[in-house]
Design a protein around this ligand. Structure first.
Ligand SMILES: [Zn+2]
Length: 236
């Protein structure tokens, strides 16, 4: 490999790695958001289950109070009717008592239904509480992992940035300008090389087979660009 190619690819290695690391750091907030969204989903499911369990319990209590009130009403009615003498009044009182019984039966049935619902809601709530605890643990792990990952990336970025000036200074000025212009080209991705080896007579970037003249120039160590993608070619 020509010296210029060695110097330039050393610099390029730093720049490509820097771009990759910066890309990874840039993705961290999105990955964090994803983890938090999963947690928020579990938290919402838990809140909904809690509300459902509370509602079922409230309904149960309301029905119980209603039944209690009705029993008290029936008792006081029975006391009042104990002294009834007339037959028609007695028949009316019986009818009223039948209505009390029917209403109590209805409340009893409803209470049973809600007791089952409350039990089921409690079961669901327990499940959701478990799932939430798991999600909380997972979210904490992801937060910790991402924080660690970001620290690692930033440390490597700092190391590469510290090494870069020396690597750039080793590259001849005109070549450095050409390289900087190439990397700034919008057809190039910062995390991919724009200085590539000639591989089997083809450009190491776009794989276009180069004409014989270009190949000869590359072999001679001249700085020549791929005619298709503009990458700077060198002989490995
Ligand atoms: Zn090419």
């Amino acid at each position: 490999m020509q010296e210029w190619a060695a110097q330039l690819t050393a610099l390029q290695q730093i720049d490509v790695n820097l771009a990759k690391l910066q890309g990874q750091v840039a993705q961290i907030p999105e990955r964090m958001k994803h983890a938090e969204a999963l947690f928020a989903e579990e938290a919402a499911a838990f809140r909904a289950a809690k509300e459902a369990a509370q509602n079922a319990q409230k309904t149960q209590m309301r029905l119980e109070a209603e039944a209690g009130g009705l029993v008290a009403k029936r008792r006081s009615f029975q006391q009042k009717t104990a002294t009834i003498k007339r037959n028609d009044e007695y028949q009316a009182a019986l009818e009223q008592l039948r209505q009390f019984e029917a209403e109590l039966k209805r409340l009893d049935d409803e209470q049973l239904v809600w007791m089952e619902r409350a039990e089921a809601a409690q079961g669901t709530l327990a499940q959701k509480a478990k799932a939430l605890a798991l999600a909380e643990k997972r979210a904490a792990e992801v937060r910790g992992d991402l924080k660690q990952f970001e620290e690692n990336c930033r440390r490597q970025i700092a190391e590469l940035e510290a090494r870069r000036p020396e690597a750039a200074a080793a590259v001849p000025e005109a070549l450095l300008r050409l390289y900087t212009r190439l990397r700034a080209n919008r057809n190039y991705r910062a995390d991919q090389p724009c200085v590539v080896p000639l591989l089997g007579g083809a450009c190491g970037r776009c794989h276009t087979v180069q004409p014989p003249q270009t190949r000869q120039q590359v072999v001679r160590g001249e700085q020549v660009a791929c005619e298709s993608c503009g990458a700077l070619l060198y002989q490995e």
